[in-house]
Design a protein around this ligand. Structure first.
Ligand SMILES: CCCCCCCCCC/C=C\CCCC(=O)SCCNC(=O)CCNC(=O)[C@H](O)C(C)(C)COP(=O)(O)OP(=O)(O)OC[C@H]1O[C@@H](n2cnc3c(N)ncnc32)[C@H](O)[C@@H]1OP(=O)(O)O
Ligand SMILES: Cc1cc2nc3c(=O)[nH]c(=O)nc-3n(C[C@H](O)[C@H](O)[C@H](O)COP(=O)(O)OP(=O)(O)OC[C@H]3O[C@@H](n4cnc5c(N)ncnc54)[C@H](O)[C@@H]3O)c2cc1C
Length: 642
């Protein structure tokens, strides 16, 4: 099963080898539980481990393999980020995709050797979503052949970029490029921020940390202002766009090609989200099979809380989602790598499809991951609320994904643009022009679902039902939009008035893709026992998801009330079938105790003793009487007694 999750037997084996090596290297372990550290201590601890990793990484992993790097990162540095998180996640990908060969030769080896630390500085205090209204400017000075970076007002301060505040000394900065008074829109520039020897900010640069956040507090998300700060013309990233010495602008082959670093993260973050969901579920499911509370049959002893159907219903559909996201994420990364290769050789024809797909997936996966992790926390009762479970940290980090790389509603609307264009093709009789991901929009469906009518139909009838609801909602939302325009409404106003319906279509389309990716994967599996376990999970997935969106299928009679009862029964049937495998389905992800950082989720199940040990190690317990008591509470009580 681990081979299915991680992509191959070799990958699963490598992960085990890496975890085993890390277990033998105490210098790479947290020196004390992260929840007991201050933010400064955590940053210091993370930087300590990071420097050891830079020295010893080659002994543990193949540093050129992103999957091995990601695993090493999760085990040693953890989810809360590190002082170089954005260096690997966005700075290097931005340089790789957007810098010319000559620029790459100059900067990439230094970045890869970690001679310099970089980040991706795009979002500003006043604007994050609407890139067209970013306010930082890069004005070309023809006389000196330099760009002058400037922050005209407070809202133009860069705000949020990870590791910008204190750790990075370089950044890819996105600014409006102005040449001879003409604004060419946002473009990426390589900018040195700090002196390489002293790490002091360079003259003309104002920089710092934006303060503590809901989670991710090891990352120094920062602010950045420029006061007429000059950089050479050749620091504009020039793989696709060029500015010649005389100010001549050579436009890129696709208007949005400079957005590729964002698409990179949107594609890769899906499996990251799956891992966080599976981690929280691993903690909750293990704990649920240790925790005994109450009886189902009063004549029997107290049961493990995992025996309760409500507990299973709370956890198991999310287990199925974690697998579904992992499989859909793996497909998306493959597609991304393919499109990136094509883009590098000048073929930009697949960019729109990739953008639409990653926009929808990013939104649905992060939202459902957040939901699933929060349910996992509640499933652990009181102990889930303790930082000893570590679930609250996983939650805080995971839901950051609903906001970063494009706020979820906004990204769903990006997918909706693609769906509406596809609907227009269907309506104008040009269904043959539909791309493969939306081809179903042009296919006539049966009048009613055959879900419970065709025995042994595999998952075909389910897929058809998801296709039907997605198609219907897409065409309905598109009709609403076209209808408003026909009535004379301006395009943008009409769009806004339909946007809730449009986003519903985007969600349904994305959920269909996730179901299809799960079905594709299960169909590929040769090992009978693995196939059987995953088929059960897939049954739970399709029935649970369909129940969740049933209103769309009920409103036009595609599903009947009796079919809904059938679907509900299937959910209960598969909850029971999955119960014996539940812990194993999560243990198969092979998270080590070091990686999980959870007292509740320990592999050995020795929860209570370790919770007590953990509580005793709280800094508050170093002394029996705190100074808050001697200074304030004790005198208060004494005064009251007089
Ligand atoms: C091994 C790696 C492991 C990785 C693990 C992950 C862990 C992650 C941890 C990292 C933590 C944090 C990182 C966070 C970093 C950031 O957040 S960076 C900042 C991100 N910011 C955003 O995402 C901003 C969102 N906004 C946008 O993307 C755009 O502004 C928006 C698309 C909303 C609109 O752009 P405009 O330029 O205004 O576009 P319009 O003029 O409206 O035109 C839209 C048309 O352009 C098409 N489009 C847009 N984007 C793309 C694209 N990327 N590719 C292709 N096409 C694109 C769009 O479809 C429209 O086309 P149409 O007109 O419909 O034909
Ligand atoms: C943990 C974290 C890490 C980050 N790291 C980085 C980084 O490394 N580099 C970087 O540059 N940035 C980074 N960011 C910033 C992040 O990319 C932005 O916050 C994000 O893109 C959302 O933009 P915003 O803050 O402007 O939200 P807003 O756009 O202000 O969103 C507020 C509300 O308005 C709605 N809204 C906005 N526009 C529309 C629209 N057109 N239609 C409908 N609704 C709309 C949204 O849906 C949302 O409900 C990070 C953010 C976080 C939380």
């Amino acid at each position: 099963m681990a081979a299915q999750i991680w992509g191959s037997e070799k990958r699963a084996r490598r992960r085990r080898e890496i975890s085993a090596k890390i277990a033998q290297m105490p210098e790479l372990h947290d020196s004390k539980p992260l929840p007991f550290m201050t933010r400064e201590e955590k940053i210091m601890e993370s930087a300590r481990k990071l420097t050891i990793l830079t020295e010893k990484m080659g002994q543990i992993i193949d540093p050129t393999d992103p999957a091995e790097l990601y695993h090493l990162n999760n085990e040693v540095l953890g989810l809360e980020g590190n002082p170089m998180a954005l260096h690997g996640v966005m700075f290097i990908p931005a340089l790789s995709a957007q810098a010319s060969d000559e620029q790459q030769a100059k900067w990439l080896p230094r970045a890869l050797r970690r001679e310099i630390i970089g980040t991706y500085a795009q979002t500003e205090l006043g604007h994050g979503t609407n890139l067209q209204n970013l306010e930082t400017t890069a004005t070309y000075d023809l006389a000196t052949q330099e760009f002058v970076l400037h922050t005209p007002q407070i809202t133009a301060l860069k705000w949020w970029p990870g590791n910008l505040g204190k750790s990075s000394n370089y950044a890819v900065v996105v600014a409006h490029m102005i040449i001879k008074a003409k604004n060419y829109g946002p473009h990426p520039f390589m900018v040195q921020l700090r002196d390489e020897k002293t790490h002091e900010p360079l003259p003309g640069i104002t920089i710092g940390d934006i303060g503590p956040k809901m989670a991710y507090n090891i990352v120094d998300n920062g602010f950045l202002g420029f006061n007429k700060y000059r950089i050479p013309r050749t620091n504009l990233l020039m793989r696709h766009t060029k500015v010649e010495a005389d100010g001549t602008y050579i436009k890129p082959p696709h208007a949005k090609i400079n957005y590729s670093a964002m698409v990179h993260v949107r594609a890769y973050m899906l499996t990251g989200q799956a891992i966080m969901l599976a981690s929280a579920l691993n903690i909750a499911t293990r704990y649920s099979s240790v925790r005994r509370q109450g009886q189902i049959d009063k004549s029997q002893p107290e049961v493990k809380v995992l025996e309760y159907q409500t507990q299973q219903h709370r956890l198991f559909p999310s287990i199925a989602r974690a697998y579904a996201f992992q499989f859909a994420g793996a497909e998306t990364v493959k597609l991304y790598e393919h499109v990136l290769k094509e883009m590098k050789s000048g073929n930009v024809s697949l960019m729109a499809d990739l953008h639409a797909l990653t926009s929808g997936l990013k939104s649905v996966v992060t939202y459902q991951t957040g939901e699933g992790i929060e349910q996992a926390r509640m499933a652990c009762g009181g102990h889930g609320y303790s930082m000893a479970s570590y679930i609250s940290e996983i939650y805080g980090v995971a839901i950051g994904g609903c906001t970063y790389e494009g706020e979820n509603m906004v990204m769903l609307l990006q997918l909706a643009r693609y769906l509406v264009k596809s609907a227009a093709l269907v309506k104008s009789g040009q269904s043959s022009k539909l791309g493969p991901l939306v081809a179903y929009l042009g296919v006539k469906s049966e009048p009613t679902s055959l879900i419970d009518r065709i025995p042994n139909s595999g998952f075909t009838e389910y897929v058809k039902t998801f296709q039907h609801v997605s198609k219907r909602q897409t065409l309905k939302a598109a009709d609403m939009f076209f209808g408003l325009m026909e009535k004379g409404e301006k395009r943008e106003i009409a769009w806004n008035k339909c946007s809730v319906e449009l986003n519903r279509a985007s969600r349904l389309h994305t959920r269909l893709f996730i179901v299809e990716a799960f079905v594709r994967r299960v169909n590929e599996i040769a090992d009978i026992r693995i196939k059987e376990a995953l088929t059960d999970l897939l049954h739970l997935h399709v029935n649970y998801e369909l129940l969740d969106i049933a209103s769309y299928a009920l409103e036009d009679g595609f599903l009947s009330a009796s079919q809904l009862d059938y679907i509900r029964d299937q959910v209960y049937l598969y909850l029971g079938k999955i119960r014996p495998n539940a812990v194993s389905l999560l243990d198969s992800w092979e998270f080590s105790d070091i990686e999980l950082r959870s007292v509740l989720g320990r592999r050995d199940g020795n929860v209570y003793e370790n919770l007590f040990k953990w509580a005793k190690s709280s800094p508050l317990n170093k002394t029996d009487v705190l100074s808050s008591v001697t200074q304030y509470l004790k005198p208060m009580m004494e005064k009251a007694r007089l």
